[in-house]
Design a binder for this molecule. Sequence first.
Ligand SMILES: Cc1cc2nc3c(=O)[nH]c(=O)nc-3n(C[C@H](O)[C@H](O)[C@H](O)COP(=O)(O)O)c2cc1C
Length: 173
Amino acid sequence: MKTTVFAFHPHLNDGSKLNRALAQVAQEAGFEVRDEYQLYPDFKVDVKAEQEALDATDQIVLQFPIYWYQVPPLLKQWFDDVLEYGWAYGSTGNALQGKKLLLAPSFGAQEADYTLDGRFQTTVEEVLKPIETIRFHTGLELMKPFVTTGVLGLTDSAITKQAEAYVARLSEN
Ligand SMILES: Cc1cc2nc3c(=O)[nH]c(=O)nc-3n(C[C@H](O)[C@H](O)[C@H](O)COP(=O)(O)O)c2cc1C
């Protein structure tokens, strides 16, 4: 089974700590990692190239930091452009049917902040829900997400540990 990581971080190689570490270990472990912001700095997504990359894989990993309780803007653009009617959904749109979808979001804030009566009065599950709902149009099979919280306070050794856990998750299926 082929797993491909679609990484959406505007500074994957110059500023990111966590997402960079995750992308690096995944690549070293032999997984294809696509640095989407590097591919499309002008947000002009090559729909055909992305659809080909999706066609060629069995497990789609979307790796991204949470920005303002949402996906980064290029990932939103990517959804809008790549998941075309007649390809990803609609009566003839079954290209993603049965493929696995693994979300790998990172949150700067602590897990304790993401409770209904806590600081943000919402949960990690609620934040991810709109993204996960994509499965109903596309037929993607949702995997348990690989979530990192409290990134802003993570030590280097905690990041290394999380990166090891990431590769273990990617290798699971
Ligand atoms: C524009 C922006 C918005 C952010 N919004 C959130 C947010 O809504 N919730 C949160 O927990 N962290 C938020 N963060 C923190 C990022 O999620 C965090 O810096 C990122 O996951 C760390 O990963 P990195 O080391 O790969 O950059 C935000 C950061 C930026 C730059």
